[in-house]
Design a protein around this ligand. Structure first.
Ligand code: GLY
Ligand code: MN
Ligand code: MN
Length: 436
C-alpha cells in the first residue's frame, strides 16, 4: 500500500536533485453557513502521500541527511475529532504513511527552514491557499537574505505543479486498476440508465438511479455533476438541471461518471428514449460514431496529441457538408473553424485523479506532445444543433428537422503497445445496441 507512494516520491526526488519540494493538501472543507461540505484532497498531494486530510504539508528534501520525506499534519484532538471526524495524528502518520519525520502543522514555520536552507531550488505550486503561499515566500526571502553568510539556499522557485504534470500523465498499474474500477461502476450505471429510460420519466430519475449505483458500488460519488439531457437540453454542453420529463422521440444524452478512490470515469452515451432513432437522429448518430471510432484509432503510442481531434473534426466536417449543414471546402472550413458551429469543444482530455487530468499537451515550439504508453484519454466528439441556430454569413440556412439534436459519444481510452484499448467497452454504442 505504501509502495506506490514511495515510488512516486522517489521519482520526484530524482527530478529535483538537490532541491526541496513542498506540496500542500487541500484546505479544510468549505463551510457554507456553518455546514461543512465534503472534503476533496488535492490530487498532487494525494498522488504523493495517500494522505487524505486537510491542513497538511508534505516536504521532499532528497539532500537532507536524515529526513527526505517530512509530513506536517493536524494533531489528534478529541474534541475536534468529535465534530469533524478522525485524524491520523502525528505519531500514526509516521508509521502509516512512511514519513521520516512528522510534525504538527502548527510547527511548520519552525521546522521548514531546515529542509530549505541547503536546497539549491525550491519547488512549490502557488495554489489557492494565499496564506500558505505567503508563508512559503517569506521563508524563501528570509533564506535569500542570509544566503551570503551560508553560501547555500534556494536561489529560485520552480512550479511543483509542472513536475507533477509529467509524472501523472503516465498511469501506473495501481492507478489503472482504480480507473478500471471506477469505469466498471460507471458502465453498470450507464447500462442501467439505458434500461430504464422511457417517455414520461424525468431526467432526474435516471440521474438518481445512476448515482445510486455509484455509491452502492463503493464509489465516492459522481466525478462531476451528472448531465442527463433529453431533447433540446442535449445542445447545452453543461446542462445539469436534469428536471425535464422525457418525451417519445427524444434523444437522451447522458454524460456521467463516478470517482473511485479519487480516480474518475467519464462516459457519455446518447440514445433514443423511445427505443428507435428518427431518420435524422440516426444519420447524425452514425456520423458522430464514425468520427469517434476514427479518433480512437488515432490514439496510438507516439501519435501527436492533436491527431485524434483532427481525425474527429475532419470526419464530422465532411459529414456536415454532405448533409448540407455546412458548405464549402472541407480544409478551409476546418481552418476557419466553421465546424465549431456544431462541434465546439475539444475531442478529449487526459483522465485520472482529475477528470481533466494533468499532462502538458504542447512543446515550447508549439508542436504537440506524443501519446505515451499508460496515457488515458477521453475520446468524445459530438454534434449539437441548437434550436435557435443562425448560420454565419456564407453558411446555409438549415432545415428544421435537424434543430434541437445533440449527440456525444465518450469513451475512456488507454494507450497500449498494441494501440488504443477502450476501457469503457462494457457500455455498448452501436446503433443496434442504442435501440435495443
Ligand atoms: N464530463 C466532463 C467532460 O466530459 O469533460
Ligand atoms: Mn464527460
Ligand atoms: Mn470528458
Amino acid at each position: 500500500m505504501l509502495l506506490p507512494y514511495a515510488n512516486r516520491r522517489q521519482r520526484v526526488m530524482d527530478l529535483i536533485g538537490s532541491g526541496t519540494a513542498i506540496f500542500a493538501s487541500a484546505p479544510t472543507a468549505v463551510m457554507h453557513n456553518d455546514v461543512e461540505h465534503l472534503f476533496r484532497q488535492d490530487s498532487n498531494f494525494y498522488y504523493l502521500t495517500g494522505f487524505n486530510e486537510p491542513q497538511a504539508v508534505a516536504v521532499l528534501a532528497p539532500h537532507h541527511e536524515e529526513h527526505q520525506f517530512v509530513l506536517f499534519v493536524r494533531p489528534k484532538d478529541q474534541e475536534k475529532e468529535t465534530w469533524s471526524g478522525y485524524r491520523v495524528g502525528v505519531e500514526q502518520a509516521k508509521e502509516q504513511y512512511g514519513a521520516d519525520e512528522v510534525y504538527p502543522i502548527a510547527e511548520l514555520d519552525e521546522h521548514l527552514p531546515k529542509y530549505l536552507e541547503k536546497a539549491d531550488r525550491l519547488y512549490y505550486h502557488f495554489g489557492h491557499d494565499q496564506a500558505l503561499n505567503n508563508r512559503v515566500l517569506r521563508h524563501w526571502q528570509t533564506l535569500l537574505a542570509t544566503y551570503h553568510k551560508r553560501g547555500t539556499g534556494p536561489v529560485a522557485i520552480e512550479d511543483a505543479g509542472l513536475l507533477m504534470q509529467t509524472l501523472r500523465r503516465v498511469k501506473s498499474p495501481e492507478e489503472l486498476e482504480l480507473l478500471r474500477r471506477a469505469i466498471a461502476i460507471a458502465a453498470k450505471a450507464h447500462n442501467q440508465a439505458r434500461a430504464i429510460a422511457a417517455p414520461g420519466r424525468y431526467e432526474y430519475e435516471i440521474q438518481a438511479e445512476m448515482e445510486h449505483i455509484f455509491r452502492k458500488e463503493g464509489a465516492l460519488g459522481p466525478a462531476y455533476p451528472s448531465i442527463v439531457a433529453s431533447g433540446e437540453n442535449a445542445c447545452i454542453l453543461h446542462y445539469v438541471e436534469n428536471n425535464r420529463q422525457m418525451q417519445a422521440g427524444d434523444l437522451l444524452l447522458i454524460d456521467a461518471g463516478c470517482a473511485y478512490d479519487y480516480y474518475n470515469a467519464d462516459i457519455t452515451r446518447t440514445f433514443p428514449v423511445g427505443g428507435k432513432f428518427t431518420a435524422e437522429q440516426r444519420i447524425l448518430y452514425e456520423l458522430v460514431l464514425e468520427a469517434q471510432l476514427k479518433a480512437i484509432e488515432a490514439v496510438q503510442p507516439g501519435a501527436p496529441f492533436n491527431q485524434f481531434h483532427d481525425a474527429a473534426t475532419r470526419t464530422l466536417t465532411e459529414g456536415m457538408v454532405d448533409l448540407g449543414l455546412l458548405q464549402g471546402d472541407v480544409d478551409t472550413l476546418i481552418e476557419e473553424k466553421k465546424h465549431k458551429a456544431f462541434f465546439m469543444h475539444g475531442t478529449g482530455h487526459f483522465l485520472g485523479l482529475d477528470v481533466h487530468d494533468a499532462g502538458v499537451l504542447r512543446n515550447p515550439d508549439k508542436t504537440w506532445q506524443p501519446f505515451a504508453l499508460g496515457n488515458v484519454v477521453t475520446v468524445e466528439p459530438g454534434i449539437y444543433i441548437s434550436p435557435s441556430y443562425e448560420p454565419e454569413e456564407g453558411q446555409p440556412q438549415i432545415e428544421d428537422r435537424w434543430r434541437g439534436l445533440g449527440i456525444r459519444i465518450e469513451d475512456d481510452v488507454l494507450v497500449t503497445e498494441t494501440g488504443p484499448e477502450v476501457l469503457t467497452a462494457a457500455v455498448p454504442k452501436t446503433v443496434a445496441a442504442m435501440e435495443a
